[in-house]
Design a protein around this ligand. Sequence first.
Ligand SMILES: Cc1cc2nc3c(=O)[nH]c(=O)nc-3n(C[C@H](O)[C@H](O)[C@H](O)COP(=O)(O)OP(=O)(O)OC[C@H]3O[C@@H](n4cnc5c(N)ncnc54)[C@H](O)[C@@H]3O)c2cc1C
Length: 313
Amino acid sequence: MSRTWDTIVIGAGPAGLAAATQLARTDQSVLVLERKRLGGLLWNANLVENYPGFPGGIGGQELASLMVEQARQAGVRFEMEEVMELTEDAVGFVVVGRENEWKTRTVILAAGTCPKKPIFRGLETLGQGAVEYEVADLPENLEEKEVLVVGGGDAAFDHALNIVSRGGKAVICHKGERAGALALLVRRASEEKSIDVLAGVALEGCEPGGRWVLASLSSGEVLDVDHILLACGRVANDRLLAEPLPRGLFPIGDMVNGHYRQAAIAVGDGLRAAMRIEEMLRGEDREPREDEDMVRDEAKGPMKDEDIRSNEG
Ligand SMILES: Cc1cc2nc3c(=O)[nH]c(=O)nc-3n(C[C@H](O)[C@H](O)[C@H](O)COP(=O)(O)OP(=O)(O)OC[C@H]3O[C@@H](n4cnc5c(N)ncnc54)[C@H](O)[C@@H]3O)c2cc1C
């Protein structure tokens, strides 16, 4: 643990990758620690159509891979390890992983969200891999596989479209009479022959079955499926977050953005945190000046040319 990093980024999703790329461009030493998959939750997105720069959209995996490649090209280093603890010391922070420890002057915490894990009767009787929370954790080839997707939000419908694009068949069940997902996604799912939607239906229990899982639904139906994919919402992964927030710790991205959970927002958070850290490490730690405030009320008027130029980088 001899070296002290300028910044350690916890989490290699869009927020952490954007922050790390920006810091590396300003010659800060930056290390990204990731417990699961470089690219974060974006790996699960079937088609990202609202990230600027990609007319026609881009697959989530492809966008995530491009972000990782860009960070590497900028000189960012990665280590695959889960961070278990974060403590303050005289220099800044000690980051304690499952196996290693690192010292750093500042920390960007971009740990994203965790899935909500509803309990169903019989869940514990199923083998590993029968129930998943991320579509990226299902086998890549889903030909002749049938997946019960539980949930009625954007993620559930996006997952179903993803499953079909990988050769599988999806049944979505959601409790409400109407799905809460974007109308665009609901329409696309309704146009797919390999997607069935069961509205007003809940998953009640499950047990090992012919394909892999027998899923009992509140409608009385029993489905014989290969996997159950639970898309029942997500909560902030704020386990490492200290209160009050110590100087030098910057939580960003989905973990602090409530329901505004979008890649472009997370990326913007990453850039802002990186710029704040650069100022701080240059000894210019200060509150943002009034003329830097990006949210302008009408009294202040639109941004001036010189403000826009000063933000170019
Ligand atoms: C199905 C689906 C479709 C989506 N579609 C879109 C879309 O079309 N457009 C869009 O803009 N957004 C979309 N999103 C949302 C987008 O993926 C997220 O907003 C974005 O990934 C958030 O970035 P983040 O970096 O804040 O968090 P995440 O991407 O969640 O990254 C957090 C990372 O931190 C890691 N981590 C957590 N704890 C630790 C720890 N203790 N130690 C080490 N690593 C840790 C996690 O493993 C993860 O890789 C979609 C999401 C899903 C699930």
